[in-house]
Structure formats: structure tokens, C-alpha cells
Design a protein around this ligand. Structure first.
Ligand code: HEC
Length: 151
């Protein structure tokens, strides 16, 4: 029990440091298992993403469901940082291909992409590979576009 408390304190300390003076939410309940190393199984770099206009509502729904299950413990839909950055404005800030690769190839991105590495330096927490299938990742992108006000 003691060991676990120490771990939680360390985690709280890391989260406290993440994001400097920005406003922060309460420490989220993190599931220890997501912090374990996982092998990247969908690690093929995506270089072209076709965007649909208007939004594909079925994809938005898929994306929202995946967000609720796998991402909401670390990402808010506002600009508020939790463990990772809030998602508001992310589709304006990043190329769609970059976002998809961050979702399906996060280890590759954190190892090679300067922008991803910059975030890691700020956050100190490495985003875990969530084993998201390509179709689900595409849904998340659509859900992010909706969150950023697209129709
Ligand atoms: C355990 C916490 C955690 C979980 C769960 C998580 N992320 Fe992250 N995410 C991070 C952190 C931390 C960063 C910043 C990069 C880093 O430090 O690794 C990040 C960065 C990102 C970024 C880049 C944001 C930007 O502003 O450029 C995207 C996109 C992203 N995550 C998508 C997802 C998706 C999609 C999921 C769910 C399938 C997810 N994340 C689950 C912690 C998490």
C-alpha cells in the first residue's frame, strides 16, 4: 500500500509541474496499466488523410466513443491541460496527418517529431500507445474537427 501511495505522490508532483502557470484540473484518476510499455502494433506512418466536407457524422460518433473510453482521462476538449494538452484548436494548429500519426504512431512521433518532443518536454509524461485502429483514429480526427467548430 505504501509503495502505491509514494507512486501517487510522485505522479501528483509530475502533474503539478506540467504546464507551468497554466490553470490545471484536479489530478485525474489514472489507470496504472496505461503507463506500462506497450508494443506499437499500428505503426505505419500515415502520409495522406482525405478530409470530408461536411463532417461525416458517423465518424464523429465513433471518435467521441473512443475519446470517452481511451483519451478523456488525459485530454480535455477545452484548452485546459490535464495530463496532456486540451484539444481545443488542435485541428487548426496541426496537419491532419500529424494528428493521425500522433494517435496511431505515438512512439514514432515522440522519438522523431520535434513538435511532439517539445510537448513531451513540457508535460514530462509520455503519451502511451493506445492501440487505436486506423478507422477509430480517423473518427477521433473528425470528432476533433467538430470540437473545433466545423460542421
Ligand atoms: C496517459 C495520458 C494520455 C492518454 C490516455 C492519451 N494521451 Fe494524448 N497526450 C498525452 C500527453 C502527455 C501528450 C503530450 C505529448 C507527450 O508528452 O507525450 C499528448 C498529446 C496528444 C496529442 C497532441 C496534442 C497537441 O496539442 O498537439 C494528440 C493529438 C493526442 N495526444 C491524442 C490522443 C488520443 C486520440 C488519445 C486517446 C486514443 C490520447 N491522446 C490519450 C497524454 C495522453
Amino acid at each position: 500500500m505504501k509503495k502505491r501511495n509514494l507512486f501517487l505522490w510522485m505522479l501528483a508532483f509530475i502533474l503539478w509541474n506540467c504546464g507551468g502557470a497554466e490553470k490545471r484540473a484536479d489530478t485525474p484518476e489514472t489507470d496504472d496499466s496505461v503507463l506500462l510499455e506497450q508494443e506499437e502494433v499500428h505503426g505505419t506512418k500515415v502520409s495522406k488523410v482525405e478530409l470530408s466536407n461536411p463532417l461525416d457524422q458517423a465518424m464523429v460518433k465513433t471518435g467521441e466513443a473512443v475519446y470517452d473510453m481511451k483519451c478523456s482521462s488525459c485530454h480535455r476538449l477545452t484548452d485546459e491541460r490535464l495530463v496532456g494538452p486540451g484539444w481545443a484548436g488542435v485541428t487548426q494548429k496541426r496537419e491532419p496527418e500529424w494528428i493521425i500519426n500522433m494517435i496511431t504512431n505515438v512512439d514514432m512521433m515522440l522519438d522523431t517529431d520535434p513538435e511532439a518532443q517539445k510537448m513531451l518536454e513540457e508535460c514530462l509524461v509520455r503519451m502511451p500507445n493506445q492501440n487505436v485502429e486506423a478507422a477509430d483514429a480517423r473518427g477521433i480526427l473528425e470528432f476533433m474537427r467538430k470540437n473545433d467548430g466545423e460542421n
